[in-house]
Design a binder for this molecule. Structure first.
Ligand SMILES: [Zn+2]
Ligand SMILES: [Zn+2]
Length: 250
């Protein structure tokens, strides 16, 4: 999320540093990282964000990381895993005199805080058995984006996405997943929003735009109109297929 000059990363999934570069940002520009939950597909590249931020700032800047309970231990373990790399770089670059500086804040649902002139509200989401999970409502200069992560519809999502200029929801296609004859795929049905449910949420809370992301099964571009059409049956606002590097300006 770019809000004025403030860059904020929400979750750190696979290849996120390369995608940040593609989106005109970089870890060294981040005001903070917001983590919705500790599923690997949302945090597996946090180590790369930490390392790149450290190197880009020549070891001088602290990276603020916000996430649910458990985030601090996860970050500690990442730093532990990175110890050999940290040692090599400090030995090689005289300018690097300290390991990566991070400041982890563990959030309870309902906590609010600011990054620069950007206001961030949180609420509990529902992604059991993953607990705790939180979503974010980001406000800047009268514009609001809700990025709620993996969740089924719940009061917390409604609160975060209410009247938002864009509501970003990770989604699955329930109808397609149900056709996949793999038990582990069937398991994901009970803890994600389907496209229909995301659209119903967007309509209920009067979000101005619905951006679908983290789409499972991943559609090819020629399938995007189908995903949009399904959402449009339940939602009167603009539906955006948020493939990688999609920009939504609000
Ligand atoms: Zn998840
Ligand atoms: Zn996920």
């Amino acid at each position: 999320v770019k809000a004025g000059d403030t860059h904020i990363l929400v979750d750190a999934g696979r290849g996120v540093v390369m995608r940040m570069a593609g989106a005109g940002s970089l870890p060294g520009l981040l005001a903070g990282v917001l983590v919705t939950h500790l599923h690997s597909d949302h945090i597996c590249a946090l180590n790369d964000v930490i390392t790149t931020h450290w190197v880009m700032s020549q070891g001088k800047a602290t990276l603020p990381i916000y996430g649910p309970i458990g985030t601090a231990e996860f970050v500690d373990r990442q730093l532990h895993a990175l110890e050999p790399d940290i040692g090599y770089r400090m030995e090689h670059h005289d300018v690097l005199t300290n390991p990566p500086l991070v400041n982890v804040t563990e959030l309870a649902p309902g906590d609010s805080f600011a990054l620069g002139d950007v206001k961030i509200d949180t609420a509990a989401t529902e992604h059991a058995p993953v607990r705790p999970t939180i979503g974010f409502r980001i406000e800047h200069a009268g514009s609001t984006a809700a990025l709620v992560g993996d969740t089924i519809p719940c009061d917390g999502v409604d609160e975060l996405a209410r009247n938002a200029d864009v509501y970003v929801q990770t989604v699955i296609r329930r109808d397609l997943v149900e056709m996949i004859p793999v038990g582990m795929m069937q398991d994901i049905l009970d803890y994600h929003s389907g496209v229909v449910e995301a659209a119903q949420t967007a309509e209920r809370v009067a979000a101005k735009r619905l951006a679908l992301t983290h789409m499972v099964p991943a559609p090819t571009p020629e399938r995007y109109p189908e995903w949009i059409a399904i959402a449009a049956e339940h939602y009167s606002g603009e539906v955006i297929v948020g493939d990688d590097l999609t920009t939504v300006t609000i």
